[in-house]
Design a protein around this ligand. Structure first.
Ligand code: C5P
Length: 208
């Protein structure tokens, strides 16, 4: 079984995808991390994330980079969003994601284009959203927890800019896939969101 979990940044999609994977005993891939690694590698190379050739050259990052804590920063998130605009970058990362989705037994993948491009045949497609203000608040709390003191307004601005770029790019824009179930987590706590998502998946699978 393939479960595709898409949605904007800090919507709760990562938490939900991880919990679904644990609940259904499936492996999980956070595809945003791949784009973050490319963004970080461009930075390490001294390249320009807006230049397709610099971004493509960064796609052969070493796997060890995926464990680097710096990938979680807002700055790298911004770089990731910029490199992800280039079709050549998306093509370079496609096979790895597709192979993960197609492994025997299935998988849970979260990102922006799992239900639309990477695994349109997924049995379950969730599109997770939350208001921009709530997503900014969550990101702010997360950063505070990591000892980073960033102004809430700056985070909100950053998130809005990233949404704008992700939704309006020509190749694989952030959009709910055909047949995706919309799941708004704005008013839900972490555990409530997880329980509701598990329930949605069970209901979808039980449907004749
Ligand atoms: O999900 P996360 O915030 O880690 O993703 C970072 C950036 O990577 C996103 O803003 C988006 O531009 C890009 N991304 C993408 N396609 C995916 C996953 C992430 O374009 N499947």
């Amino acid at each position: 079984m393939i479960i595709a979990v898409d949605g904007p940044t800090a919507s709760g999609k990562g938490t939900i995808a991880k919990a679904l994977a644990a609940h259904f005993g499936l492996p999980h891939l956070d595809t945003g991390l791949l784009y973050r690694a490319v963004g970080r590698q461009v930075e390490l190379n001294g390249g320009d994330p807006d230049k397709a050739e610099d971004a493509l050259a960064a796609c052969d990052f070493a796997d060890a980079l995926l464990d680097d804590e710096t990938l979680r920063s807002e700055a790298v998130g911004g770089f990731a969003s910029r490199v992800s605009v280039h079709p050549a970058v998306r093509r370079a990362l496609f096979d790895r994601q597709r192979a993960f989705a197609l492994q025997p037994g299935g998988a849970v993948l979260d990102g922006r284009d799992i239900g639309t491009v990477i695994a349109p045949e997924a049995q379950v497609k969730l599109f997770v959203t939350a208001s921009t203000a709530e997503r900014a608040r969550r990101r702010w709390l997360e950063m505070k927890g990591r000892g980073l003191d960033t102004a809430l307004a700056a985070i909100e601005q950053d998130i809005a800019a990233r949404d704008e770029r992700d939704m309006n790019r020509v190749d694989a824009p952030l959009i709910a896939a055909n047949g995706a179930l919309l799941f708004d987590t704005t008013t839900l706590g972490r555990n409530e969101a997880i329980a509701a998502a598990i329930e949605i998946v069970h209901r979808t699978l039980d449907r004749p």
